[in-house]
Design a protein around this ligand. Structure first.
Ligand SMILES: C[S@@+](CC[C@H](N)C(=O)[O-])C[C@H]1O[C@@H](n2cnc3c(N)ncnc32)[C@H](O)[C@@H]1O
Length: 250
């Protein structure tokens, strides 16, 4: 492992805003912060918003700076990336920012029912291979997890450059009968991007530099309890036909 990564991992241990649970802290049981984020971590009762797959945490930090009335937690498995967001939040003395290092698959071990008021999913891996469709962060099994922690009516916001993930998410929304407030195929081209939507993550900037349109979907689970799996016909296409793969990877 590179020296730079080791340095970041060491510094990560010093950040109060970064929670890095040991495996045995959640294996087969809930983390001590579950249901206690307000009382034990933020020490206030403001709504909690999560950014899933936050990478360097650009959205988490920018949203928190813009909106001190809510608490923001970035979630990712990669500590060296989250180091950037945790360092900025620490240096700026932000008391409404947290970072949680875990796999999103374990998210229900960390948050109690209704503890989260809103979710952001920013430029997740589109998981174009059909056999990896279950890994898409808007696939029905993940939505079933989010339903266990989102407050009633809590919004889920997805920003992605991937046409396939955008259309797949639309199909999930349709088949599960979810309420969709926005489905915009090109937020900058249509002039839809406001101050919040114009926050750019590292991946977003990379895709914009390649001239790819950025899509945005905003939907809610309401009181839906069934998130049935389905095989989507569009997944039968070749990987390269699903997205402008060439453009994405240039
Ligand atoms: C393509 S990057 C996007 C990062 C950031 N949101 C951005 O836009 O720059 C996807 C991120 O999701 C994280 N990720 C993917 N699957 C995950 C999972 N199952 N659990 C936790 N993190 C995950 C990766 O570690 C990575 O940092």
């Amino acid at each position: 492992m590179g020296k730079d990564k080791l340095k970041k991992f060491a510094e990560n241990k010093t950040f109060r805003c970064l929670v890095q649970p040991e495996f045995d802290e959640i294996f087969g049981k809930d983390h001590p912060l579950k249901g206690r984020w307000h009382a034990d971590f933020f020490r206030n009762d403001r709504p909690i918003v999560l950014e899933l797959g936050c990478g360097k945490g650009e959205y988490t930090v920018a949203l928190a700076a813009d909106d001190p009335a809510r608490n923001y937690i970035g979630v990712d498995i990669k500590g060296a990336r989250m180091w950037r967001g945790a360092k900025t939040a620490t240096e700026q003395g932000m008391d409404n920012v947290g970072f949680l290092r875990t796999r999103i698959e374990f998210i229900t071990s960390f948050f109690a029912p209704g503890e989260v008021s809103e979710l952001w999913i920013t430029f997740p891996d589109p998981q174009l291979k059909t056999r990896r469709a279950k890994k898409r962060l808007t696939a029905p099994p993940f939505l079933a997890c989010y339903a266990q922690l989102l407050a009633p009516g809590g919004w889920i916001n997805l920003k992605t450059d991937s046409q396939h993930l955008y259309r797949y998410t639309g199909e999930v929304i349709r088949r599960c009968g979810l309420r969709c407030a926005v489905s915009n195929p090109d937020i900058y081209g249509t002039g839809y991007a406001d101050k919040v939507l114009s926050i750019k993550t590292a991946y977003e900037q990379m895709f914009l530099d390649r001239g790819l349109p950025i899509t945005y979907t905003r939907f809610t689970l309401d009181d839906t309890v069934r998130f049935d799996w389905f095989d989507w016909e569009e997944d039968d296409k070749l990987k390269c036909e699903k997205d402008c793969e060439e453009a994405r990877r240039k």
